[in-house]
Write a protein that binds this ligand. Structure first.
Ligand code: UTP
Length: 473
């Protein structure tokens, strides 16, 4: 078959004729599938993207008035704050009981750093049982539904690259005890990958190399998939957003939810106090009265190191990518059926075929992927709210196999939190000389959502943990 005149012309105008180099070598079925893939690409925007993001490195403009963002501290500082936090917690519980909150996990990423063959959510992270990331969330979601008196719907964003594997995994595992209709999968968009010369890379003779368009793609995907309409129908108007690689997250947190509601925020964010000026977390900043996140790599050194009079970091607020988002905010942002968040460039190792059609698996980054980020919606919100949490309670990202933000550190933090909760409930925890627990402990997320649940668990059983023990509760 011949490719349509119009498509051929737009490919040529964008300087991407090489894409059709193997057209006559592939079967007619392959031609049809490839043409359908090419039809989905907006070739008219490519020259601008290539100029601004591939051939040149975009620089994030740092506004002159950039300052640190205000936030509610983890521990209230005075009576007024104590009573506000108590009201917020009550409000959050009421919203949960009324079924006004749903969960949203972004699981469309490729997890290249982890180097695991399969969707990241299927990774066995449990320190003793090997319970998967998806199972952690599912069981916590079930527990939260029981505890707060209303089952929670769970929206999971996949990409076309991992959708089938993800949904199969849920089917095989009986939705981890959730009702099938409680879980709604939706798929994000993709972007073609670029070689450093600005040419789109081919994954094979008849397919582009595509990658998910970043977690910023969530907002539009929520609309296009019908998820927003579904939320409206079920009466949920607050979305509790978290990433698939963080099993420590509170899938819903009544205090955070209540504060978001009392503040009338359209989008809220959890913040952690950074461990140092250059910790690799996005920085919460304000400019022109709007909240924004500046990536760690973009914050100028003098701002990163700036100190307050008491010696504390001025830009202390780091983002663990945990948000509350009002459904009507997403509805407004995507009302036209499109949403243009800024693109971010990522240099990646991108497998592809070369000009002769031979597969190439690069050892070094060889091209650029463009992604949009969910936090770029923050400055679009009229009202936002940032609240500090103790990182040991909410953040253990699984990005790498070993080292920083790894499977190892995540498992250790899961054990640490379970141990601390049990200790808080009066259970004796054997500890090593460095203070870490001298036992591997894993509490079922189906039983324990928070410290209160841990106290109930400890009161109901005689829990004895010996040095070096492996304990599953
Ligand atoms: P990361 O930025 O860690 O990316 O995603 P990643 O693709 O998972 O991992 P690397 O960089 O290739 O190693 C943070 C969160 O955002 C989700 C991921 O699934 C993860 O939960 N995400 C990321 C998406 O859902 N879609 C995307 O396009 C990118």
């Amino acid at each position: 078959m011949n490719i349509s005149q119009e498509l051929a012309e737009s490919i040529r105008a964008a300087g991407q004729e090489h894409l059709l180099r193997f057209w006559n070598d592939i079967t007619e079925d392959e031609q049809r599938a490839f043409a359908a893939q090419l039809e989905k690409i907006d070739f008219s925007i490519l020259p601008g993207l290539i100029r601004d993001y591939v051939l040149n490195r975009p620089r994030t403009a740092i506004p002159d008035d950039l300052g640190p963002a205000p936030y509610f501290p983890a521990v209230p500082r005075n009576d007024a704050e104590r009573s506000l936090y108590a009201r917020a917690e009550k409000e959050g519980r009421e919203l949960l009981r009324a079924g006004r909150v749903c969960c949203l996990t972004v699981a469309g990423g490729q997890g290249t750093r982890l180097g695991f063959d399969g969707p990241k959510g299927t990774y066995p992270i449990g320190p003793v049982t090997g319970r998967t990331l998806f199972e952690y969330f599912a069981q916590n979601i079930i527990r939260a539904g029981w505890k707060f008196g209303h089952p929670l719907s769970w929206y999971i964003m996949t990409s076309s690259l991992n959708h089938a594997a993800t949904t199969d995994f849920f089917r095989k595992n009986g939705w981890f005890g959730l009702k099938e209709e409680q879980v709604f999968f939706f798929t994000q968009g993709t972007m073609p990958a670029f070689g450093y010369d600005g040419k789109l890379l081919l994954a094979s003779k008849n397919a582009l190399s595509l990658s998910p368009d970043g977690h910023g793609g969530t907002l539009l995907a929520l609309r296009k998939s019908g998820a927003l309409d579904r939320m409206k129908k079920e009466g949920t108007d607050i979305i509790s957003y978290f990433q698939v690689d963080n099993p420590l997250v509170h899938v819903v947190d009544p205090l955070f939810i209540g504060m978001h509601a009392l503040e009338g925020a359209e989008m809220s964010a959890v913040m952690l106090s950074k461990t140092g000026p250059f910790e690799k977390l996005g920085n919460f900043c304000v400019s022109g009265g709007r909240l924004q996140i500046i990536e760690y790599s973009d914050l100028p050194q003098e701002l990163a190191e700036k100190r307050n009079a008491d010696g504390s970091l001025a830009f202390v607020a780091g983002s663990p990518a945990i948000h509350l988002i009002r459904r009507d905010f997403v509805e407004q942002l995507t009302a036209s059926g499109s949403l243009r968040l800024p693109w971010h460039r990522a240099d990646k190792k991108i497998p592809h075929i070369d000009d002769a059609g031979n597969p190439v698996v690069p050892a070094e980054p060889n091209g650029v992927k463009l992604e949009s980020f969910i936090f770029d919606a923050l400055p679009l919100a009229k009202k936002t709210m940032v609240m500090e949490f103790d990182r040991r309670e909410v953040f253990a990202p699984t990005k790498n196999k070993t080292g920083v933000d790894s499977v190892e550190s995540c498992r250790q933090m899961l054990v640490d939190r379970d141990a601390a909760r049990l200790e808080g409930a009066g259970v004796k925890i054997p500890r090593k000389a460095d203070g870490t627990p001298d036992a591997l402990i894993e509490i079922s997320p189906l039983e324990v959502l928070d410290a209160e649940d841990a106290r109930t668990l400890a009161a109901s059983r005689n829990i004895v943990i010996g040095p070096g023990a492996e304990v599953v509760l």
